[in-house]
Design a protein. Structure first.
Length: 393
């Protein structure tokens, strides 16, 4: 087997079972492994450390499959890891869940692999050279789980370019999915477009947080900012909100949200849709003296990498400042960041600064994260991308 040998002292992260090896940690490569090929990882003294997928074009030069010298990295290994991940979800998901994450990359021992399930459709998203190499094995294993009619691929992430991989979208097994796959979440129904929607079609990571908003919304006036296809807005309506205002800049997202409202059988008279830039609309609402009891801020990824953090911090502060000004005394702000470059401590500091500038006193009632089917491995803290705070003023 081809192998990579680490520089002296650079094995520490592997011994802590971190799944990534950066190019700077590698002393030499023995053989000429192709992209995605499995290599043996050895210390400077030649000791076995792990088996990993080699990625010659990425700064993350290798992603580890196993730390077990007796492991065989093949299609059966991949299928077994997928079955294990699926079995864990079967024990943790709420009853009658129709959409969930089956595999969550490094946290399930499958770096670069995401598989989401929407009713009888599995959507696969592969972001690394190693994951790409075992593409067919993942698709076959997803079908073998049962009740999966088709596997559709949404490997259209920008990060694939860093791996030397072209985007790939389309059916892997079975026919093209419908334009809208109907899935139920609590009292709401969502029509998910897995071919064109954000991520793999829907924000599954916010499922638990939508349930929290649902429980908190009764008899409250709610503002849902960056509402996309209405996840939080419909959760609030389902929970008995007196009225919901939902803001998004994309007309197609709002059209999908309205379709979800109709599919859910909710009262359309209790919601107002606004197509507008969120930052400008928040200022206009504030200028008009409008106030709300509960506000949800779930913006897009302002900081995809570390170099964007300063700009992202300004954007997060601005949007939280205006939201805090729009809350009535005793009101609740559910605010989120999905930027990997903004950690939990920095996000809290940004929100605290926004409260100070808004002239309000706030306290953290709860810290929020991704749903349980998006676990964070203890040896891979980078997996904690979604941070949320519930702030009461």
């Amino acid at each position: 087997m081809k192998s990579i040998v680490l520089k002296a002292g650079r094995e520490k992260s592997v011994l802590r079972r971190h799944p990534w090896l950066f190019s700077g940690a590698i002393e030499r490569v023995l053989g000429e492994p192709a992209g995605g090929e499995t290599v043996r990882v050895a210390s400077a003294r030649g000791e076995f450390l792990a088996y990993a997928a080699y990625s010659p074009q990425s700064q993350i030069r290798a992603r580890i499959w196993s730390f077990d010298a007796a492991a065989t990295i093949d299609a059966s290994f991949m299928a077994a890891a997928l079955r294990k991940a699926a079995a864990v979800r079967a024990r943790m998901l709420p009853p009658a869940t129709e959409a969930w994450r089956v595999v969550h990359g490094e946290s399930d021992g499958l770096p670069g692999v995401v598989i989401d399930r929407y009713a009888d459709t599995a959507v696969m998203q592969l972001s690394s050279a190693g994951a790409e190499r075992w593409r067919e094995a993942y698709a076959q294993a997803a079908v073998a789980l049962g009740n999966v009619r088709r596997v559709y691929e949404r490997s259209d992430l920008e990060v694939r370019r860093l791996e030397g991989l072209a985007a790939r979208v389309g059916p892997v097994i079975g026919d093209e999915p419908a334009d809208a796959i109907s899935v139920r979440e609590a009292a709401a129904h969502f029509l998910v477009d897995v071919r064109h929607g954000q991520k793999t079609g829907f924000f599954l990571d916010q499922r638990d947080n939508r349930a929290k908003v649902c429980r908190a919304a009764r008899d409250r006036e709610v503002l849902d900012v960056f509402s996309y296809t209405g996840g939080f807005a419909l959760a609030a309506l389902s929970g008995g909100a007196s009225h919901v205002t939902a803001i998004d800049s994309a007309a197609d997202a709002l059209a999908a949200a309205h379709a979800n409202l109709i599919a859910s059988g909710l009262d359309a008279s209790r919601i107002t849709w606004i197509e507008a830039d969120a930052f400008g609309e928040l200022r206009r609402l504030c200028d008009r003296g409008q106030r709300f009891d509960l506000i949800v801020l779930d913006p897009p990824k302002f900081a995809p990498t570390e170099k964007h953090v300063a700009r992202a911090a300004r954007a997060y502060k601005d949007v939280n400042l205006w939201a805090l000004r729009l809350l009535r005394p005793g009101g609740m702000l559910y605010t989120f960041s999905c930027s990997g470059g903004v950690d939990a401590a920095l996000f809290q500091s940004i929100v605290a600064g926004a409260a100070l500038d808004a002239g309000v006193n706030g306290r953290i009632i709860e810290r929020l994260g991704a749903a349980a089917d998006h676990p964070i491995a203890l040896n891979f803290p980078e997996g904690e991308y979604l941070k949320g705070l519930v702030v009461q003023v």
